[in-house]
Design a protein around this ligand. Structure first.
Ligand code: DGJ
Length: 742
């Protein structure tokens, strides 16, 4: 059992294989005080962890200084306005205009398994895989029941938290203005934080900083998790490295506005919080109604950042992604976006498909521009009717022709959007999110459909459904190319506009839930102008996400490193794209582009009929490489060895099978240095006792090279290391090394 309540001491102890989380109930008032989150403890008995210099962790004998008590105690869920001046997790606006909240423990239940969260994504596990604790607490003044929900997994060092709030009827309606999903108070210490920052084409760049006093946060108020900031925060000891030291990672299973914050207090304690961004959030809770805050995943590692990443990867592969494609090789696709942009016809697509199929590519994906009168990005979103001028014979004809070549067919849609220049907008202008009488702010010449309206969700779903039913479409790229402005829904009354952001996300989740339920065989790849909706929430619906619109092999080293900090490689959409690269103008070797794309789902994004002959001729070997190594990349343990982001010169990562019998190592020498000694690379994650064969993969033969093969014990490979092979003359060169037990 991963969760135990020690009744006499009134302590809750939550254990994962290598971590312990503890809190206690104190005083007749039912304070819930956080005690410990860290390396696994064998016993619940510890020193008096919540005591301070002021005395015992109970304020009742010292009413005079109650405020001091509230302002320094490690609260399990921080309330508002009663003396804890650190940031809070829970705030309301009651009908009398008061905002303060307080919580008193009332009861709890512990049970096997994990409940789903209705209408929202969440990790899952069978009864023998996880245990759940629900702490039921009251805010009597506001007539609210607040349930803190914790689940611990037996097989992964992860704990999830969410919060459910119920209006028990003191007020007919009470406005929730802040309901964060987790709050953890840490003991004083010198911590660093890691956030992931970015922009379009530069998503999820790792940003590590010393945590100073005050509040440090990232957030989104864009209506999606965003390119710019990411629903993730790691707190780590200042000495923690990739392979050693303590780190606590928090990731939000949600695809909308969020806040992730660390606050260092006057006493050097640190409060980490995560949840729906309270800005522009105001939820009406009527008598008897419940509001459930999305889930936060918390991962602890005392073996460095790499172990934290591997835990997230395992959790998401096993307990979050539901798709039938989760554990199988995905079809190698070729997408026509960078090949043609809007300028294509059936004839052109079939020419690409024909060439691609002969090279071994398995699926053609038709991107933006096939519907309405969309020859540029300024019209027709919402009019999901095939443009027969471009595609004579319609979708069915095209798909059948592609199928005849032995290829699957996939399609692009952007279901949440509406162009002002569309029949849909002309018929239903009020379906766009807008403020009546105010000129709407366009982005990419489009507005966002109001997914808080059930009829809009229904209409949109039927549009997607009828396209998918119209031909043998086996893959959908679901795009979302702008963020939300003009916050206004014509369905919501004046007192409910603060619900729009969250209702929008719930509408999107409903759409995708209906989609994956009706089309369980569909391979769904989410996308948002590249990687603006790369979050665990959306992974619940589709097993892969387009990582970034920047597929330059060098830029991708940084983007994929940042993404793999949390997400398994099996989730990262990665393609070999055209050169000079369309985002940075850089020309990298085709071979390197292939090795970098191998670290994700692998596919192509170029006009295969027009690329240089020698590149085209390499494609069959790259496809063989994918089939040889994808099982390892998709299912294995990921180890970071060198980071171009940090050293500015080279990058190196390794993936090892769970049974440690096989591994693949990728080395990219981004900038070649003159006159340097060969690099010594210490492998990771192998079995020191096993003997391995180490060979360089030869792209010319699509097989391991027979030259310079090593046969060495795992300990020699990990502790003494190997020399990087020769052949790095010039920039952007790369090598793939295959390590296999003999
Ligand atoms: C943004 C996506 O990230 C691209 O791959 C492409 O699908 C375009 N949208 C199409 O408009």
């Amino acid at each position: 059992m991963g969760i135990v309540f020690y009744e006499n001491e009134r302590i809750f102890k939550l254990d994962t294989p290598h971590s312990t989380y503890m809190f206690e109930l104190v005083d007749k008032e039912g304070f819930m005080l956080h005690m410990y989150y860290g390396r696994r403890l064998s016993d619940y008995r510890t020193a008096d962890l919540t005591r301070t210099d002021f005395g015992k962790a109970v304020p009742s004998n010292n009413e005079r200084e109650r405020c001091s008590f509230n302002d320094c105690m490690p609260f399990e869920y921080a309330t508002h306005g009663l003396g804890d001046y650190r940031d809070d997790s829970f705030k309301v606006l009651n009908p009398e205009g008061y905002t303060a909240t307080s919580l008193e423990y009332r009861s709890h239940i512990i049970y096997s398994g994990k409940p789903a969260i209705k209408g929202m994504p969440a990790t899952f596990g069978k009864d023998d895989e996880c245990t759940t604790l629900e702490i039921i607490a009251d805010d009597p003044y506001n007539g609210l029941e607040v349930t803190l929900i914790y689940t611990v997994f037996e097989d992964v060092d992860a704990i999830t938290r969410s919060v459910r709030v119920k209006n028990t009827g003191k007020y007919a309606n009470i406005k929730l203005t802040k309901v964060l999903s987790t709050c953890v108070d840490f003991e004083d210490g010198d911590y660093d934080t890691i956030f992931l920052h970015g922009s379009w084409a530069r998503e999820r760049t790792i940003d590590r900083n010393r945590l100073g006093y005050g509040k440090h946060y990232v957030s989104s108020k864009r209506g999606e998790s965003s390119h710019q900031e990411h629903p993730f925060i790691a707190l780590l000891d200042k000495n923690t490295t990739e392979d050693a030291g303590e780190v606590w990672g928090f990731n939000f299973v949600y695809s909308g506005n969020f806040i992730a914050q660390a606050e260092k207090s006057q006493f050097k304690t640190v409060r980490v919080m995560m949840g729906i961004n309270p800005e522009d959030f105001c939820w009406n809770l009527h008598t008897g109604e419940e509001f459930v805050a999305p889930e936060v995943v918390m991962v602890y590692s005392h073996e460095g950042i790499g172990a934290m990443s591997r835990t997230f990867h395992d959790l998401y592969r096993k307990h979050l992604i539901r798709s039938k494609y989760r554990n199988v090789r995905r079809p190698i696709l070729i997408n026509n976006w960078e090949a043609t942009y809007f300028d294509f016809t059936t004839e052109k697509l079939i020419a690409i498909a024909k060439e691609a199929s002969e090279l071994g590519i398995e699926m053609l994906v038709m991107d933006d521009g096939w519907f309405g009168k969309r020859n540029f990005d300024d019209s027709s979103l919402g009019d999901w009717i095939v443009n027969e001028n471009k595609l004579p014979g319609g979708l069915k004809y095209l798909v059948d022709e592609v199928n005849k070549l032995g290829m699957k067919f996939g399609i692009w849609m952007e279901p949440e959007m509406i162009s002002p220049d569309s029949d849909l907008y002309r018929a239903h202008p009020d379906w766009a999110i807008h403020i009546p009488g105010r000129r709407g702010v366009q982005s990419r010449a489009q507005f966002v459909l109001d997914m808080s309206r059930p009829e809009v969700v229904d209409y949109t779903y039927n549009q997607v459904r009828s396209i998918l039913k119209s031909a043998n479409i086996e893959y959908l790229k679901w795009d979302m190319n702008r963020q939300i402005t003009d916050l206004g829904s014509s369905m919501l009354d004046a007192g409910s506009q603060g619900e729009l952001f969250h209702r929008y996300v719930l509408g999107v989740y409903e759409l995708q839930e209906r989609l994956v339920t009706e089309f369980p065989d569909l391979l769904l790849e989410n996308c948002s102008g590249g990687g603006a909706r790369f979050d665990p929430g959306i992974l619940y619906y589709g097993p892969q996400i387009w990582t970034s619109d920047d597929a330059d092999a060098v830029e991708r080293l940084k983007i994929q490193q940042g993404t793999a900090l949390i997400y398994p490689m099996s989730t990262m959409g990665a393609h070999v794209s055209d050169c000079p690269n369309h985002q940075v103008g850089r020309t990298t070797p085709f071979e390197t582009r292939g090795y970098v794309a191998l670290a994700g789902t692998f596919g192509y994004e170029l006009d295969v009929t027009r690329i240089p002959k020698e590149d085209r001729e390499m494609i069959p070997a790259q496809i063989a490489m994918y089939h040889k190594f994808n099982d390892i990349v998709r299912e294995g343990d990921y180890y970071r060895i060198a980071s171009f982001l940090e050293n500015g010169l080279w990058d190196c990562w390794e993936v090892v099978t769970k049974d440690k019998t096989e591994a693949v190592l990728t080395i990219v020498e981004v900038l070649h240095q003159p006159n340097y000694k060969s690099r010594r690379i210490r492998l990771k994650g192998l079995d020191p006792e096993k003997t391995y064969r180490v060979a360089t993969f030869d792209i010319k033969t699509a097989d391991d090279s027979t030259e310079n093969v090593l046969e060495l014990k795992g300990d020699a490979l990990m502790f003494a290391g190997i020399n990087a092979p020769d052949g790095f003359w010039g920039d952007f060169k790369s090598k793939l090394i295959h390590i296999k037990e003999i």
